[in-house]
Design a protein around this ligand. Structure first.
Ligand code: NAD
Length: 274
């Protein structure tokens, strides 16, 4: 008799995670490796991709790290080729790489004011390149082995700001200074949802499922003011813990979600329901 937990088992599958060296990217890589997948951690930051995959191997998991620039088609093709050479194929692509402006203490000072009125055209173009074109290129490369194998799963990471506009009051500082969540973030994360529906529909009948995962804000040492203001907007009254998005990722990547495609799984503590 089959057991429901068997549907979450990823043994024998290979997963490639772009942005795999990121805050959530590392959690996704860990979760899929723990579920039995061979995991290729792909990131612009080669050093972290390699050191993180090394740490996964030290835990007895199967993982390798590679460098990729998702805005470069040669680079995304080489990334997929690496998955084929190292693990013999590619079953799962997680598009997690993104420019994601963060407001935790480690990143606060690197965020400009981001006012819309004088937001730089170069920065806008660069963000569209990474957050949307990057997803397009990585998916274009990844579907080749998936079509050849007759099965595949693609997960695209969106954000609550792809569903609802950012409440810019959250980014006011106690000292009266203020920053804004930049315009590109909402635009690209909304685009991710359209891209997901397009690709799911395009591959009708090909056994390639494409879904989006939409996380809410993940706590990463944010200051008290931000944390309190953010939390008051979530039905569950808090930010997500770092490990609270990965179970949804595993669900979407595995046969547990075999009747889902073209959909968006929102894990946001109720932020967008209020
Ligand atoms: N952390 C959150 O609170 C949160 C909330 C909602 C949605 N998200 C989304 O989840 C995904 C993962 O978030 P995260 O917290 O891991 O972000 P992160 O900023 O920590 O990681 C992003 C990763 O993408 C990589 N990257 C950037 N440009 C690249 C390029 N050109 N080629 C390849 N890699 C590149 C970076 O090196 C980095 O490791 C992102 O799409 C983000 O927008 C995050």
């Amino acid at each position: 008799m089959s057991n429901i937990l068997d549907k979450f088992d990823l043994h024998g599958r290979t997963a490639l995670i772009t942005g795999g060296a990121g805050l959530l990217g590392r959690q996704f890589s860990l979760a899929l490796a723990q579920a039995g997948a061979n995991v290729l951690v792909a990131d612009l930051n080669r050093k972290i991709a390699e050191s993180f995959s090394f740490s996964l191997r030290e835990q007895g998991l199967r993982a390798e790290g590679v460098a990729v620039d998702v805005t470069n088609p040669d680079s995304t093709r080489a990334m997929v080729q690496a998955a084929r050479e190292i693990f013999g194929g590619l079953d799962i692509l997680v598009n997690s790489a993104a420019l994601d402006p963060k407001f935790d203490p480690a990143n606060l000072s690197s965020q400009g004011a981001n006012a819309f009125e004088d937001y730089a055209l170069d920065a806008w173009r660069q963000a569209l390149d990474v957050n949307l074109t990057g997803m397009f290129l990585a998916s274009q490369a990844a579907v080749q082995p998936m079509l050849a194998a007759g099965r595949g799963v693609i997960i695209n990471i969106s954000s609550i700001y792809g569903i609802a506009g950012p409440d810019q009051r959250l980014y006011e500082r106690p000292d009266g200074s203020r920053q804004y969540k930049p315009v590109y973030y909402s635009v690209t994360k909304a685009g991710v949802l359209g891209f997901t529906r397009y690709l799911a529909a395009y591959y009708a009948g090909k056994n390639i499922r494409v879904n989006a995962l939409t996380p809410g804000g993940v706590f990463n040492g944010h200051d008290e003011t931000f944390t309190e203001q953010y939390s008051s907007r979530a039905i569950l009254g808090r930010m997500a813990n770092i490990d609270e998005i990965s179970a949804a990722m595993l669900f979407l990547c595995s046969d547990a979600s075999s009747y889902m495609t073209g959909s968006n799984l929102v894990v946001d503590g109720g932020w967008t329901a209020w």
